[in-house]
Design a protein. Structure first.
Length: 223
């Protein structure tokens, strides 16, 4: 069976994780084709990043559709148009409907700025600071109909510093995101990470718990 090789990225804003994927492809570290970028926001800066890299873009704005079902249907059609093997949500801020998510189960990923299951939803850095957490981070997970609740593949831990505010903590977490998200896609493209129908496997074994990358380790420590 051919290994996944065509990626579609979905964004709503700046697109820094998209840029990390584009850069990894440009360096030859990621052997996939980014076949298209879909945004629900027509002014998302990530669309400029895609166009500068010669990647086709599509805008599917929620306001242009009378209900969520038709919005989801257009998203699904756009993904199909690009022939996606894998769909990566990278700062895509719309909650997708169950039918759409189930259609792409095992092929749709998301990156979330917390160590799931802690802090699902929004304002994760603020909540970590308010709770005086000493460790924060980011998670890449498979998307299911449960919000930020699909199986977690990898987590990057970041030490919370005494003088951190939301901006400084977010910046350090993003630095880690830009390493782990392309790495997960690389694992899929190499056949190391796969979806069995109910759960992920890594190197042929069930992935019972996330791969952890702690704040003291360099990228070379990731498998």
């Amino acid at each position: 069976m051919a290994l996944p090789s065509r990626l579609v990225v979905m964004i709503s804003g700046n697109g820094s994780n998209l840029q990390a994927m584009l850069d990894a492809c440009g360096r030859g570290e990621l052997a996939v084709e980014i076949g298209g970028v879909i945004s629900d926001m027509p002014d998302a800066y990530g669309l400029q990043r895609a166009r500068q890299a010669g990647v086709p873009t599509t805008v599917v704005a929620r306001k242009d559709y009378p209900d969520r079902e038709r919005f989801d249907r257009q998203i699904s059609q756009s993904i199909d148009t690009y022939g996606a093997d894998v769909v990566a949500l990278a700062g895509f801020m719309r909650i997708l409907g169950t039918e759409l998510v189930e259609r792409f189960r095992g092929r749709m990923l998301n990156i979330h700025p917390s160590l799931l299951p802690r802090y699902r939803g929004l304002h994760t850095h603020r909540r970590a600071l308010e709770n005086r957490d000493t460790v924060h981070g980011a998670s890449v997970h498979y998307v299911t109909s449960e919000l930020d609740g699909g199986p977690v593949i990898v987590q990057a831990e970041v030490t919370v510093m005494p003088d951190d505010d939301e901006a400084s903590l977010s910046a350090r977490v993003q630095q880690r995101e830009h390493i782990i998200y392309p790495r997960v896609i690389k694992w899929i493209s190499e056949g190391r990470l796969a979806w069995t129908g109910t759960k992920p496997t890594f190197d042929g074994r069930a992935l019972e718990r996330p791969i952890i990358w702690n704040s003291r380790s360099g990228p070379e420590s990731l498998p």
